[in-house]
Design a protein around this ligand. Structure first.
Ligand SMILES: [Zn+2]
Length: 311
């Protein structure tokens, strides 16, 4: 009898806690259970106007695949996508964004563009299944002459080699609502090479992708985020409708220069609260991140010794 009553009591508490958990994890979805406690992730900043274009590179938990400056661990990426879903975001394409900016096309509530630079194989293996689960799509900027190969431009500088997606994988992503766009032929520093060479890199990439994928390629991402007046003019002249940069951090608004659309960088240093903050207000979110970063001591072994690059 006693045992039964205790059992009843235990199950009552279990159901009660389950319901409390449910209550906190539904709604806007800005709460998350962690280590047995409910941790709320709500923006610490006011949400600014504009549409965020998130910029990712690698999605990989293997530390050998490179530093956190260009790599988001799979678990964090999964949390970030879950947050976007719970917070009511809808992924749109760059074409949707372009149409909105130029013709006032209506967008769904809380639109976000998700982009990946370089075309790493881990985008296909790790990011794609997670995004598919949520019904999300992304734009991937690929290096046309390196498709199916490795990131030779980084290897030359002593960084780890990473496999890049094949044409078959890119085509499969295209068939499933993803969008493949241009990131030059070989990932050069466009502002440091002769203009005719830059022209070949920019125009050649567009033509190669259009031939291989059988579609129009309209958008361009500057390698290393580097551009100047002449490079911007080339991108326009080669027939691209718009281009994205890597800095400064910000959201896109009507009236912005179509050939320098800003993005919001997401890398492995971005913790969950920072992700929520930079989505609401990229500049302020990153300011808080830096301020906080000054005060935190590096965790031994967890955080590899490397510079925070291009933040
Ligand atoms: Zn790149």
């Amino acid at each position: 009898m006693m045992v039964r009553r205790n059992l009843l009591r235990v199950s009552f508490f279990l159901v009660f806690f389950y319901l409390v958990t449910l209550l906190f994890s539904s709604g806007c979805g800005i709460n998350q259970r962690a280590a047995g406690t409910v941790v709320a992730y709500i923006p610490q900043v006011r949400e600014t106007e504009g549409i965020p274009i998130l910029m990712y590179h690698k999605v990989n938990s293997d530390r050998r695949s490179g530093g956190l400056g260009l790599r988001v661990p799979v678990e964090e990426f999964e949390w970030q996508m879950g947050y976007l879903k719970r917070a009511g975001y809808t992924t749109i394409t760059l074409q949707d964004l372009y149409d909105y900016l130029t013709t006032g096309k209506k967008l769904p509530p809380r639109p976000v563009v998700i982009t990946f630079d370089d075309g790493y194989l881990d985008n296909y293996e790790n990011a794609y299944p997670i995004m598919k689960k949520h019904g999300f799509c992304a734009t991937i900027f690929v290096v046309a002459e390196r498709v199916g190969g490795i990131n030779s431009w980084d290897v030359q500088r002593g960084y780890p080699a990473n496999r890049l997606m094949t044409w078959e994988q890119l085509k499969e992503l295209e068939r499933n609502g993803f969008d493949i766009q241009a990131h030059t032929l070989t990932h050069p520093h466009l502002t440091r090479i002769p203009l005719p060479e830059a022209e070949k890199e920019i125009g050649g990439c567009k033509r190669e992708l259009e031939k291989r994928l059988g579609k129009k390629v309209n958008f361009f991402a500057y390698p290393y985020g580097e551009y100047n007046r002449a490079i911007k003019d080339l991108v326009r002249k080669e027939g691209y409708l718009a281009a994205v940069v890597t800095r400064p951090q910000g959201k896109v608004k009507k009236g912005d220069d179509l050939y320098t659309l800003v993005r919001v960088r997401v890398n492995g240093y971005v913790d969950r609260q920072t992700f929520v903050n930079i989505l609401a207000d990229p500049k302020e979110g990153y300011r808080i991140f830096y301020e906080h970063k000054k005060n935190i001591k590096p965790v031994p072994r967890e955080v590899p010794k490397e510079r925070v690059k291009n933040l």
